[in-house]
Design a protein around this ligand. Structure first.
Ligand SMILES: [Zn+2]
Ligand SMILES: [Zn+2]
Ligand SMILES: [Zn+2]
Length: 107
């Protein structure tokens, strides 16, 4: 059993981490919620909620710290292996400069 260092919840029991930001080069990006890529048609039609196979959050929830399926909101590769060196943070305490993903994608 392991507790998440951001929300303090037991990873295997909680449905989502706290909503948080990932700070990259002084810019705060909204963390991306879990979206399973391998849903079957049956699961889509019946609205079956899947859980992250690594940290256990439910579909639409935020990954816990250290999850290998966390996606970097800047480069959209896996956060643990990308080169952005993002830092998870609960709120933007210094400069309140927050980049929402919608704005980011429409550029
Ligand atoms: Zn996860
Ligand atoms: Zn967490
Ligand atoms: Zn990245």
């Amino acid at each position: 059993m392991a507790k998440c260092s951001l929300c303090g919840r037991e990873k295997s029991l909680s449905q989502s981490c706290l909503k948080h930001f990932i700070r990259i080069d002084g810019v705060f990006y909204e963390a991306l919620p879990y979206k399973p890529r391998n849903k079957t048609l049956y699961e889509i039609h019946n609205n079956v909620k899947k859980r992250c196979p690594h940290c256990g959050v439910i579909e639409g929830g935020y990954h816990h710290v250290g999850c290998i399926f966390e996606v970097c909101p800047k480069c959209l590769r896996f956060w643990l292996s990308c080169n952005c060196f993002g830092i998870k943070t609960l709120k933007s305490n210094e400069e309140p400069k927050v980049v929402f993903l919608e704005n980011f994608r429409n550029k």
